[in-house]
Design a protein around this ligand. Structure first.
Ligand code: AMP
Ligand code: GLY
Length: 438
């Protein structure tokens, strides 16, 4: 079967790396891909949000299965268009991708289904939002309703800051159409973790857990980013807590989506806050994403011992009920190397040396996020997040040691990375990760 992966980041490199191993995959393509993905797949110059171009390519190339990486083409209805053209595709259609595309939709669904989440109110008029802000407890969280490239959330410590965030979105047009509606919600205090599951419209199969580091600098300081590193499993997510997330959050969501006439298929990524209580932490849903996380995907897939492709096909075909996956009890950790300046303005085109040697000498795997080859074959930085250096180990500490040994062999004058990825897990416990969690 010919397989096409859509996207160009580290997540898509990890997907290609796993799918290339499948005996079912006779040819692998990636649109548009990057210099690292070109090791595993044939890269095709079609943009990830060019729905017409992707359908035309898949049809003309006889693609049997499409795996969509990022949220934008899912929300645009790429899977609906492919399926209508007779091409099987992994991911939700546009009607179900609204779980990520509209925070207000998801909050209303949580209300209907009794799913634990922060209390909230939804506004599209400034006067009503301001009246509400005069009353709320601080800090308070203001969110643009739609897709805002990870920049749509403000945690406001003062009423003034909250008013500014609401006004920027509703009347300042800061997020365009995505900010014409805002959610104002209660601040939840606790530890964050993510849970990933495959969903086939009816059944839900837990994949694994992860935690990421969103801030740019060590000690979780500096501006928010798409993610500077991640590890899996998340030590806080005990098997009992995972089961509770399945029972109180994921399965009720899948049932509510079906009841709403929008059966969900694909991967469901639940961003959770674990709020401490007398009986231990309680999981609350912060948000859904309708895709794998980036860089979370880079730490999930190296732990998967089964073939990824039949699992994604089972989700698409609606036969996950009889499906099982094997996971390594090892931990995996990924450190993102980014261009100086990221997440602000950064330069493209600086030369990166030593990637292959770092992989060979340490056993780490370097997933490429924003790279391209220069005319002389040199590896060049071509994005904000550029490399995801990843390794497995018996514990998070072992995986971390291998990753930083590899990072230190990569010579890239224009790049930086955090030196403390995994700190929270290492502080929590030094015993082997697999002994405790998923
Ligand atoms: P979201 O896009 O909804 O996941 O929000 C981005 C980040 O904002 C989350 O990863 C949390 O760190 C933070 N956040 C969102 N909602 C809340 C909340 N209700 N309470 C505390 N932190 C939140
Ligand atoms: N790493 C966060 C995300 O993929 O949304």
């Amino acid at each position: 079967m010919k397989v096409l992966v859509v996207g160009s980041g580290g997540r898509e490199h990890a997907l290609c790396w796993a799918l290339a191993e499948s005996p079912l995959c006779t040819a692998l393509y990636c649109a548009p891909g990057n210099a690292g993905i070109a090791r595993e797949a044939t890269c095709v110059p079609v943009a990830a949000d060019d729905v017409d171009g992707l359908v035309t390519f898949a049809r003309s190339e006889g693609i049997g299965f499409v795996v969509v990486g990022p949220e934008a083409p899912l929300v645009l209805g790429l899977v609906d268009r492919l399926e209508a053209a007779g091409i099987a595709a992994f991911g939700p259609g546009a009607a179900a991708a609204v779980l990520e595309g509209s925070k207000g939709f998801t909050k209303a669904l949580c209300d209907r289904a009794g799913i634990p989440t922060a209390r909230y109110a939804r506004f599209d008029r400034l006067d009503a939002a301001e009246a509400h802000l005069a009353e709320v407890r601080l800090p308070v969280v203001v969110k643009a309703d739609g897709l805002a490239a990870g920049k749509g959330v403000t945690i406001a410590d003062s009423r003034d800051a909250a008013r500014r965030a609401v006004a920027d979105a509703l009347v300042g047009d800061r997020f365009g159409a995505a900010g014409r509606t805002v959610i104002v919600e209660e601040f939840l205090d606790g530890e964050e973790a993510s849970v990933f599951a495959l969903v086939d419209g009816r059944d839900c199969l837990l994949l694994a857990t992860a935690q990421d580091h969103k801030r740019a600098h060590d000690g979780d300081t500096g501006p928010n980013t798409g993610g500077m590193g991640a590890y899996s499993p998340a030590p806080v997510m005990t098997p009992a807590l995972c089961e509770r997330v399945m029972d109180t959050i994921l399965r009720p969501t899948v049932a509510a989506m079906t009841a709403d006439g929008r059966p969900y298929k694909g991967v469901l990524y639940a961003g959770l806050m674990l709020v401490p209580g007398p009986d231990g932490p309680s999981p609350y849903l912060l948000e859904y994403n309708v895709r794998f996380g980036d860089p979370e995907c880079q730490v999930l897939l190296p732990r998967l011992r089964s073939d990824l492709l039949p699992a994604l096909m089972a989700a698409r075909d609606g036969v996950l009920g009889s499906f099982d996956l094997r996971w390594s009890s090892d931990a995996a950790l990924c450190v993102v190397m980014a261009a100086e300046g990221y997440p602000g303005p950064y330069r493209k085109g600086s030369v990166i040396d030593g990637v292959e040697a770092a992989e060979r000498e340490t056993g780490a795997t370097v997933f490429h996020a924003g790279t391209r080859r220069g005319e002389d074959g040199a590896l060049l930085a071509d994005g904000g997040r550029v490399l995801g250096v990843t390794a497995c180990g018996h514990s998070i500490a072992d995986a971390q040691a291998t990753v930083y040994a590899a990072v230190d062999r990569i010579r890239w004058a224009g790049g930086f990375c955090r030196r403390d990825i995994g700190w929270r897990a290492l502080k929590a416990d030094g015993t082997p990760a697999g002994a405790r969690t998923d």
